[in-house]
Ligand binder design. Structure first.
Ligand SMILES: Cc1ncc(COP(=O)(O)O)c(C=O)c1O
Length: 317
């Protein structure tokens, strides 16, 4: 084709490898949500800007790179792990990009959208008992691994320090920089607890005045996909329940309501755990406002709504 026009924004020198776009996500001010608390600002770290669409890109990449460095991961081995969805999507994307096979154990009732995304990346999926949720996937992946350990690289996201370290090195450092060190509170719900653990450890080191709160579903039976009710779940190996300054117990319905508010008032189409996190931030804001104090609260917008669009809660007011 003669005389093709150059495309300036795709200049060679600006090209980045896909995996280099993980991290450095925007920090968004949630002004409408915080409006009822005049002296309090609430910010959401928009993790759905990661190329795999969630906060789990950071942990998955760090665990894969750590596996390569240690020699446990090579091109004869298949990446194998249990996931409720987002870590699997991240492994599948990273595996495709770096030339590894990926096999994932997922609860059988995972949403159709998740299954299709994993298939699209070419990952193999094994389904665990839908009644046992993410704990069933953990039990099943251990069986699969033990049947042929030499065939697999099993990062074990629930027990691998490279998971929380991704947030110590990345997420927390970015939040400190993006708030000019001015944040006063951090709050995040937990699946593996990697995001909460890594971010909190870094904040404790660099800004010891910051208060760090975890959030959890209020019971073992809940609709907060990706999150764990620690008292009744298999406990992640690196989860330390003495680390948080407090824990906020969240009802599924309150997270759903906040997801709708974020879409309709802020124009942010985020997933259910993000609704949980922002609702938790408003609970904190209410307590702080009642004491007449000001605050800058940071939380995590873990993924976008695209994997949850078929759920019924969108139809409510
Ligand atoms: C949608 C969603 N939100 C939040 C989390 C929690 O992240 P972490 O495992 O770092 O605690 C997960 C974990 O899988 C998730 O899938």
């Amino acid at each position: 084709m003669a005389n093709a026009l150059p495309i300036p924004h795709l200049a060679r020198t600006e090209a980045e490898p896909l995996l280099a776009t993980i991290g450095n996500t925007p920090l968004l001010g949630l002004e409408k949500i915080a409006r009822e608390f005049p002296d309090i600002e609430i910010f959401g770290k928009a993790e759905y800007f990661n190329p795999g669409g969630s906060v789990k890109d950071r942990a998955a990449l760090n665990m894969v790179l750590d596996g390569e460095r240690s020699g446990k991961l090579n091109h004869h081995r298949t990446i194998l792990d249990a996931t409720s969805g987002n870590t699997g999507i991240a492994y599948a994307m990273i595996g495709a990009n770096r030339g590894y096979k990926v096999k994932l154990v997922l609860p059988g009732n995972a949403s159709e959208e998740r299954k299709r995304i994993l298939k699209a990346y070419g990952a193999e999926v094994v389904f665990s008992d839908p009644n046992e949720s993410s704990d069933g996937a953990i039990r099943r992946v251990r069986q699969v691994y033990m049947e042929d350990p030499n065939r697999y690289f099993y990062p074990d996201q629930y027990n691998n320090p490279a998971n929380w370290k991704a947030h110590f090195e990345g997420t927390a450092a970015e939040i400190i920089h993006q708030t000019d060190g001015g944040l006063t509170h951090f709050v995040a719900a937990m699946g593996t607890s990697g995001t909460f653990t890594g971010t909190t450890r870094r904040l404790r080191r660099d800004l010891p005045e910051v208060k760090c709160y975890s959030a959890q579903p209020s019971s073992g039976f809940h609709g907060l996909e990706g999150l764990k009710h620690m008292p009744t779940a298999i406990r992640p190996g690196f989860y330390d329940d003495t680390m948080a300054d407090g824990n906020l117990w969240i009802e599924t319905e309150d997270a759903y309501r906040m997801v709708r508010r974020l879409a309709r008032e802020e124009g942010l189409l985020v997933g259910i755990s993000s609704g949980c996190n922002v609702y938790a931030a408003t609970l904190l804001a209410r307590e702080i406002a009642a004491r007449g104090e000001s605050a800058i609260i940071v939380t995590i917008l873990c993924d976008s709504a695209e994997k949850y669009l078929s759920e019924n809660f969108w139809d409510q007011e």
